[in-house]
Design a binder for this molecule. Sequence first.
Ligand code: HGY
Ligand code: MN
Ligand code: MN
Length: 429
Amino acid sequence: MFLQMMVIITSTNTIQTAVANDRILRRLEELSTISDDNDCLSRFYFTAAHQQASDLIHSWMEEAGLDVTKDTIGNIRGIYRSDRADAKHFVIGSHYDTVHDAGKYDGPLGILLGIEMAQRLKKYGIDLPFHLNCIAFADEEGSRFSTAYLGSSVIAGNFDHEWLSRKDDRGVSFQEVIEGNGGQVNSISDDQIPQEDWLGYFEVHIEQGPVLCKQDLPVCLVSGIAAQARVNVSWKGMAGHAGTSPMDIRNDALCAAAEFTLLIEDIGKKNKEQLVATVGKLNVSPNTSNVIPGMVTHSLDIRSPNGSFLSEMIELIQTKGKEIAQKRTIEFDWKLMQFNPAIDCDDQLQELLERSIKKGNISQVLKIPSGAGHDAVMISAVAPVSMLFVRCTEGISHNPLEYVESSDIKDALIVCNHFMDELISAHTI
Ligand code: HGY
Ligand code: MN
Ligand code: MN
């Protein structure tokens, strides 16, 4: 085994790395053209573009020599099996769904690096001490059903069947979408990797923040991921004639929502060291210029590295919402859609990753927390997790201007390959 390790480490020469890097860049471009919207990149869960993307990723995993399946929820799962009878599962993953008007790296970069890591080992026929799984998660953003981490929740065995009744903006339920694609909702739970079979999880993701740019580093370690809550809020006032209704006797749902949104912003600014809060999605009804809005629904995305502080702020904001509703004689509805606690990355895996960063000749090993959520949050409930961040220009993300330098992708690939070698030798007797 030691000899074959030497083969790996010495044989990953610059040409192979350059070939792999080019393949990643080509595939990122190809994936970025698969969208449900002609004017921008938008690939929500189980849409036509989502299916097309899953077929393409499926073919790339097969090309890498992996045994590939698609599970009920839509995760694409490539596996490189170990011969060892007691082998556990190590998973490398990220997601292939996007937000609306997305960038091309958020999710796909981690999937494509994972495929290259596996393909390199497959090429040398390394008999792995663990089953290596490359997983492209079907839904991480939760853009369609307001539930983040749907794909990884299944793998981790945390799927909540209550989510099946959730409806998208067109009133189509999650269950209808799965069954409409030939899936059996009762078999979703069969797709998990049992907790006792996990070895660990690794995800490469763009930083989506400014730190790596400021520090002029291509990659860094991730210490942990902030706690996050998603709330759906609705305000039910009274639609009315814009021309005849006096200003002081209106029940204008949009003015209530606007007052609430500015109050949320104010609370966020006052606690900016440990809180971010966003109203990102808002619908007005009847959404007509000469009608006083009778109904407004909107989202609230709120996060903190400190889970108990986050709970406190959620309670405070909900109370303030009720007060605004009372003052304006408007009905206020508040639905907590999801709460994910803050998580820590695993020290042992991060130590291997730190060694890999040094072997990759990166000038400094930096470790930062993640304000963004990732599938590692869901997996951390059942397995030790590790993450590597890759610099993205000016930290821009969830925006078509999202960009990663090819040289940073190559640096990440080299670190990832060293990480695989470290992991194999750490689990080789
Ligand atoms: O919202 C997030 O943090 C991630 O992009 N899903
Ligand atoms: Mn992401
Ligand atoms: Mn994202």
